[in-house]
Design a protein around this ligand. Sequence first.
Ligand code: ADP
Length: 260
Amino acid sequence: FLDGDLMILDYTETREMSEAYNQMLARMKTLDDSRQEFVSNVSHELKTPITSMKVLADSLLMQEDVPAELYREFMGDIAEEIERENKIINDLLSLVKMDKKAADVNIQSTNINELIELIMKRLRPIAQKRNIELTLDSYKPVIAEVDETKLTLALSNLMENAVKYNKDGGWVRISINTDHKYFYVKVEDNGIGIPKEDQEHIFERFYRVDKSHSREIGGTGLGLAIARSGILMHHGIIKVYSEEGEGTTFTVRVPLVYQE
Ligand code: ADP
């Protein structure tokens, strides 16, 4: 009888162990799959501008007397592709920086209002060109323990998107608020909006709603992945609310005090 009991125990334990083992294997496989997918996406994204440059350069080389105008046009296209390649590499480097371990985190007491005003100052010329109004509502001054570089990168991406995916003459409203525990940043625009079915995917690396339109606008599909990593590394939360054709709001909540 006792033996039987033990056997049952043994069996249960073994089963639990093998379940845990299987779960671990499945998790490793998922990690491996997503890493493979990432590497394959990166390779594809990096290759696209190079393929275009090769086509452009080859067609110039194949012709004996290229008219100056055509030459300039093709060279202009090549320069655009180089710019694009550069953007992808810079965004990838930002993403890697966000993913690094705690040792690379540089937490300092930071004036959040000033940090946001600085991003706005950089963005203002781009907004003005398209007659987009850029405003800030700041209810209280906020001082928080953050990694300034990483938070700046995260918020810049949200604010840049609000301008990029806007209509000429539109508006972008940024607001900062705080309570005893958190600070809140809201980035609201009345731009093109994001279709419902895309909203759950936009934080994925390389995800773009409308590939041709986003390409025209000059995105890499990494901006929101960078923003999300930057907020998550502060143990914060980021959410999106959007109505297609009406506009988009991103809300961010970050603890005032950084926790390891
Ligand atoms: P991208 O480099 O293409 O801008 P992001 O990761 O920053 O990539 O954004 C992913 C996609 O989400 C964009 O391609 C765009 O379609 C959509 N998107 C992001 N922000 C906004 C916004 N404020 N308004 C409308 N669409 C947006």
